[in-house]
Ligand binder design. Structure first.
Ligand code: JE8
Length: 283
């Protein structure tokens, strides 16, 4: 996989050299390059922004440096041989994906991460100020598959932090990047529930014991306990995820835990039980 990032703060992306993604680069699983948008300016002051048409606060990123940067990235992507299929570069017919972080984008989820992990060439365009002149997105649709993408419903100052999160989420799904692929298997089996809590040594720490079932060696009981905690946590913290559960994936014990947390199965839906339904504490 090839990943290009364009930003006026390329140093911001230095964190990608560390840990997982850095290792994947050294192993040749992932080719990452970060470009400084200012390299593609042509004026003495290396200007990347200007005042907004129609008025309003702040500045908008000028279109031409973006077009020059993205053309450069396209050119180098077409020349580069892809590691999966040596000599292939971007497969014929598959356009590179241009991810444009924006609070107005589609929400970036694990499903999107899985989809993008299958692509040969991803390009990330990090905006700043009030964003990028919209014509860049229209222009880019002729050359890329464009995906305006939001990290979530809160306001950041620019696209860089969103790109750090997205590249990490995508990169760890690329085959070979995660040393122990079993951890990915467990994630895909998580069935839309929050994770269970984890513990390590010592068994007693500052008067706090590890839940005794985890020391029992009884794998069946441990699996059931973990599943119960997943369900209780999800009910307490993410009612949206509970409402999206498929009853066909819930056994009798699951349903009992959900009932205790105030949920009930009705046909092919999981619904909130009565308004006076209990909502117990959660670990
Ligand atoms: C950004 C962003 C993601 C998320 C992404 C890109 C470029 C118009 N607004 C621009 C006004 C407030 C400041 C904004 C700064 N900005 C934010 C994001 C994002 N992905 N989940 N929240 N915010 C840009 C400029």
């Amino acid at each position: 996989m090839r990943i290009d990032v364009v930003s006026i703060f390329p140093e911001y992306l230095a964190a990608l050299d560390l840990s997982l993604i850095g290792k994947a680069r050294l192993q040749g699983l992932l080719e990452l390059s970060v470009e400084d948008l200012r390299r593609y300016t042509t004026d003495r002051h290396r200007t990347v922004d200007d005042t907004p048409y129609g008025g309003g606060a702040g500045m908008v990123m000028k279109p031409e440096p973006w077009a020059l940067a993205l053309e450069d990235v396209l050119e180098r992507g077409a020349a580069a041989p892809g590691p999966a299929a040596p000599g292939a570069g971007t497969p014929p017919g598959e356009r590179p994906v241009l991810v444009v972080p924006s609070p107005a984008g589609e929400v970036f989820t694990q499903a999107v991460a899985r989809e993008l992990a299958e692509r040969e060439h991803l390009v990330f365009a990090c905006g700043r100020y009030e964003g990028i002149d919209e014509r860049v997105v229209d222009w880019a649709r002729e050359r890329f598959e464009v995906r305006p993408m939001s990290l979530g419903d809160y306001v950041l100052n620019g696209g860089e932090v969103a790109v750090l999160a997205m590249v990490e989420a995508i990169g760890r799904l690329v085959p070979g990047v995660i040393g122990n692929p079993e951890s990915l298997v467990e994630e895909s089996h998580s069935d839309g529930l929050l994770e269970y809590p984890v513990y390590t040594k010592p068994a007693l720490w500052r008067d706090r014991p590890v839940p005794e079932v985890l020391l029992s060696g009884h794998h069946g009981r441990i699996a059931r306990w973990r599943r119960d905690l997943q369900l209780r946590r999800t009910a307490a913290r993410r009612p949206d995820l509970v409402a999206a559960l498929d009853p066909a994936a819930l056994d009798r014990a699951d349903r009992a835990v959900l009932a205790e947390a105030g949920w009930t199965v009705a046909g092919d839906r999981v619904l909130r039980a009565g308004p006076d339904a209990p909502a117990g504490p959660v670990a």
